[in-house]
Design a protein around this ligand. Sequence first.
Ligand code: SF4
Length: 334
Amino acid sequence: MDTLERYYSYNRYLQNTFGGKTYKVVVASGLTCPTRDGTLAKGGCAFCDVRGSSSYFGKKGRGNEIQDQIRNRLPAIRERFGATHFLAYFQSYTNTYSDTEYLRTIYEAALSEPGISGLCVGTRPDCLPDSVIDLLEELAKKSYISLELGVQSFENPTLDWLTRGHDRQSSIDALTRLRARAPHVNVCVHLIFGSPTDSIHGPDEAAEILNSFQVEGVKLHQLMILEHTELAQRFRENPFPILSLEAYTDQVIRFLERLSPKMYIERLYANATHNDECLAPDWSKNRWDTHNQMRDLFESRNCIQGARCNDLPIAMPLGTPSRSEDAPQLPASG
Ligand code: SF4
C-alpha cells in the first residue's frame, strides 16, 4: 500500500482540532425517539437495534447522572488508549428530543466534567427546532459541539423503506437552518448505502448536497441486517439483495470522489459488534479484513477524496478506523 491518504480521516481531523489523541466517551441522555415513543411509530427505524443502551431508555437522568457516567468510563479509556482529550458522545436515540431546559442541563453537565473537550450529539433532522439549534450555537461559541445528524439517505423511497418517519426535505431544512443559525456547530452527517431502493446516482447526489452545505464531516455505513429489527424480519420472510463489499466500496468511491476533501470521514463502513446477531452482509463481521480489502480497492481504483469535485484533493497517511470508546454495530443515533 502506498503512503497517501486517500480521504481525510477522522483521526487526522481530531489531531488537527485537539492536538492529541482524542476519544469519544459514550453517555446516555435518557431520551427516546419519535419512531419509538409512538409520536411517529413504535417499532423504531427498520434497521435500528438500540438494545445496547436500553438500560437508560426512558430514564431521564439529571446532570449528576451524566457526570457519573463520564467519571465511570473516562479513566479506563485514558489508561487503555493513552488518550489526552475526550468528547462526551450522546450516541443512542435522539439526543435533542426534549425541551431546551433539560438539554441544557445534560449538555452543560457533560461539558463541566474535567477532561471533556466538547460534545458529540446524535440526532435526527426532524428533531431540531430553532430553539435547540440556538442552544447548540450558544454552547458552540464556548466549546466544541459536533452534531451527528442521521440523514441516512436523501432519497425518499429509501427513507420510506427504512421507516425513518421523515423525508429528504426534512434533512435539507435542518441543514439550511443549521448553517444559517449555528455557524459554530460542527455538523457530521450519517449516511447508509445499500438499501435496495437506493438509486444509482444516490451517492453522487448526496456528495453534492453535502458540498453545497459545507458540512464538516460524514459517517458512512453499509445497510446491515441485525437481529431484533424490522429488517431482520423482512429479510427472513422475503430476502432482498445486499451489497457485496466490492459493490459497497464502489458506492463509497463514487461518493468520496465527489465529496469536498475538506470534509473528514468519520467512518467508511460499520462493523458488527455481535457477529451472531448480524444476518448480512457477512463482511460486516470482520473489521480488519474489510478494512484491508477496501484499502486495496481504493488503491486499484486510485480513489482520492475530491478528485471529481472542484476543491483540491489531499495527500496524507492512510486513515484507519475511527476511535471511540466502543464500536457500535449500527447507526443508532438519530
Ligand atoms: S435510528 Fe435513531 S431515530 Fe431511528 S429508532 Fe434508532 S435511535 Fe431512534
